[in-house]
Design a protein around this ligand. Structure first.
Ligand code: MEV
Length: 331
């Protein structure tokens, strides 16, 4: 084994939202955790810029081109980008945020931006994500993949979490502001997340647009968004106390509100119903419309079996894993 000159490697985790998806786009609190599943990128010097053997193009690779423009100048030679991942795409687990977080780390290392902070990298990743989502995106996915662990977003600085930074985004109706925190968890050795993938691809942009047009049509439905925020707070309080029974209850309650909002799907409902008897709480996770559900459970094998029998593909993770990082280049 040796170190190959000029090769850069970085990786970033998938994320799972425990509370508050969709409502977080409108400034309500939300909680997400970094999963064990990761995406890896490797940059190798090459004659021209390429991704997986195809030419790098802004239409096909908007996140990568945005990060390249922000972090690299003309002195950096072209690279071939190789991506490997165990995060299913368009499934609510933040594969595009993980791509942005990992590529951002690799580019920053390549350009020797040694002092670039996670805050700066996650800002770039968030901007790329917002552009890809038609201008509306919270920083939840990109901050969780960049920071790792457990990330809490709120409309105010919370005293029980470690405050990391303020994030602002210009949106058509003005400016949206999120306070980004990380939360240290109490010991939870017997607690697992089982993710069940419906196999139905549902682009986040379409799901976010669906909620936006529902609110435009019936502005009073903002009460449903606020109710999700109230449940997020309750769930967060339980998480902080290490009361996983209450965490599970809040997750299931959150799912009912998401279903009423119109972002669940028959496939998600089937997997959720199957997981419920062996779980502390179950909900869709991410944008919904397909993609994944998550079960909080002390019986991961039984829960995974039940989801598989109902037609889902599963994987298991502990809560809170390492964030984006530059990896060894010994090959
Ligand atoms: C997608 O993982 C989460 C959403 O809340 C969108 C966002 O936060 O940008 C649906």
């Amino acid at each position: 084994m040796g170190i190959e000159a000029g090769v850069q490697k970085a990786s970033a985790p998938a994320k799972c939202i425990l509370f508050g998806e969709h409502a977080v786009v409108y400034g309500e609190p939300a909680v997400a955790v970094a999963l064990e599943q990761r995406l890896q990128v490797q940059l190798t010097p090459s004659k021209s810029w390429s991704v997986g053997g195809s030419q790098l193009q802004s239409e096909r690779h908007p996140h990568i081109v945005a990060l390249k423009d922000a972090l690299l100048d003309d002195s950096i030679p072209p690279m071939s980008i190789h991506i490997t991942s165990d995060i299913p795409r368009a499934s609510g687990l933040g594969s595009s945020a993980a791509l942005s977080a990992a590529v951002g780390h690799a580019f920053a290392t390549l350009a020797e931006h040694k002092n670039i902070s996670n805050e700066a990298l996650s800002t770039l990743a968030h901007q790329a994500e917002a552009q890809a989502q038609g201008g509306l995106a919270s920083p939840l996915d990109t901050s969780t993949s960049t920071e790792g662990g457990v990330v809490v977003l709120s409309d105010k600085k919370e005293t029980f979490c470690a405050w990391l930074y303020t994030r602002r985004l210009a949106v058509p109706t003005g400016e949206r502001v999120w306070e980004v925190h990380s939360l240290e968890l109490k010991r939870n050795d017997d607690i697992y997340l089982v993710l069940g993938n419906t196999g139905v691809h549902a682009p986040t942009s379409a799901q976010v647009a669906l909620v936006a047009s529902a609110l435009e049509e019936s502005p009073e439905r903002i009460q449903e968004i606020k109710a999700i925020g109230t449940i997020s707070r309750r769930g967060l309080d339980a998480l902080q106390r290490g009361d996983y029974t209450a965490v599970g209850h809040a997750m299931s309650e959150n799912h009912v509100l998401l279903r009423n909002l119109g972002v669940s799907s028959p496939e998600l409902e089937d997997l959720i119903k199957a997981a419920l008897p062996t779980s502390l709480g179950v909900k869709l996770t991410g944008a919904g419309g397909g993609g994944c559900m998550v079960a909080l459970t002390r019986r991961p094998k039984e829960t995974a079996e039940a989801i598989e029998l109902a037609g889902g593909r599963t994987f298991v993770s502990r809560i809170g894993n390492a964030g984006a990082r530059t990896d060894d280049v010994n090959i």
